[in-house]
Design a protein around this ligand. Structure first.
Ligand SMILES: [Zn+2]
Length: 270
């Protein structure tokens, strides 16, 4: 067995829930508190968008992943966020956020396979309870997640999360997503290309940023993205996974037309 294969085996072996003393109920409560703090208008919070077509599309993809979760004890809650940044992020307790930029910029996500790959990665963080680890850490530090004087503590949370979500956890989230996409029949090659696009998209985005909580959050997300393994390294990890668990068919689903159709349907609403 070569080093590459051993590496991939180690990646897949890591895909399991973290052991944490935080109860699912407590994690959900924290997720709710963080959700309220994120929107705290007085500190320039994020704005949620209501777009039934986008939300239905994202919900369809999450529903496809749902039966393959490690545990369904914590229900998923999806929010569409008014941010230019091409990103999706999770906090804890089942809260999934997808930005307008991710759906519309066309820099990161260009087909359904890469979109579900992004969602699968984020779902991996939630499902393996990476956020609960952060919450436990915060409790030990005497900070309550979402305690909302509070805009600040949301950013603190993301900052702590960025430090705690080390490379291993990122790779676990990738591996989590990888096996599920194979099972569903989506093309992981398209996901690999999508992650490659992240780095260049980030460099282009370093423009003027918003003030207040939304601006702080954007900057934190950008820093977070930069601690994701560099694209070359990530592609390498993907190649290891492709070798260790090859796609079951050479004709995996990309969903380019499907994504375009469902995107253009709501683009017309602008
Ligand atoms: Zn991640």
């Amino acid at each position: 067995m070569g080093a590459l294969q051993r590496g991939a085996g180690a990646i897949f072996g890591g895909v399991r829930a973290q052991s944490t003393r935080l109860s699912p109920q407590r994690e959900i409560e924290y997720g709710e508190a963080i959700h309220r703090a994120l929107q705290n208008a007085s500190s320039g919070g994020i704005r949620l968008l209501s777009d039934p077509q986008v939300e239905a599309y994202l919900r369809d993809l999450l529903d496809a992943l749902e039966p393959m979760r490690l545990s369904r004890e914590i229900p998923l809650r999806l929010y569409y966020v008014d941010m230019d940044e091409s990103n999706a992020f999770v906090t804890m307790g089942g809260f999934v956020y997808v930005t307008r930029g991710l759906m519309r910029n066309g820099d990161l996500v260009v087909d359904e396979a890469s979109l579900i790959g992004v969602l699968g990665h984020e779902l991996g963080h939630l499902d393996m309870r990476h956020g609960a680890l952060v919450a436990e850490l915060m409790e030990q530090m005497g900070i309550l997640p979402g305690d909302a004087n509070t805009g600040l503590s949301v950013v603190n949370l993301l900052s702590i999360q960025r430090r705690v979500y080390q490379r291993e956890l990122e790779m676990e989230a990738d591996a989590y997503s990888y096996v599920r996409l194979n099972q569903l029949g989506y093309s992981n090659l398209r996901v690999e290309r999508a992650w490659d696009r992240i780095a260049s998209a980030e460099e282009r985005r370093r423009g003027p940023q918003r003030e207040g909580l939304a601006g702080q959050l954007e900057r934190e997300l950008q820093r977070g993205a930069s601690t994701h393994p560099p694209s070359r390294e990530r592609s390498c990890a993907y190649r290891m996974m492709l070798r260790e668990q090859p796609p079951p068919s050479s004709q995996m689903y990309r969903g380019t037309a499907n994504f375009r159709d469902r995107v253009s349907a709501f683009r017309r609403l602008d």
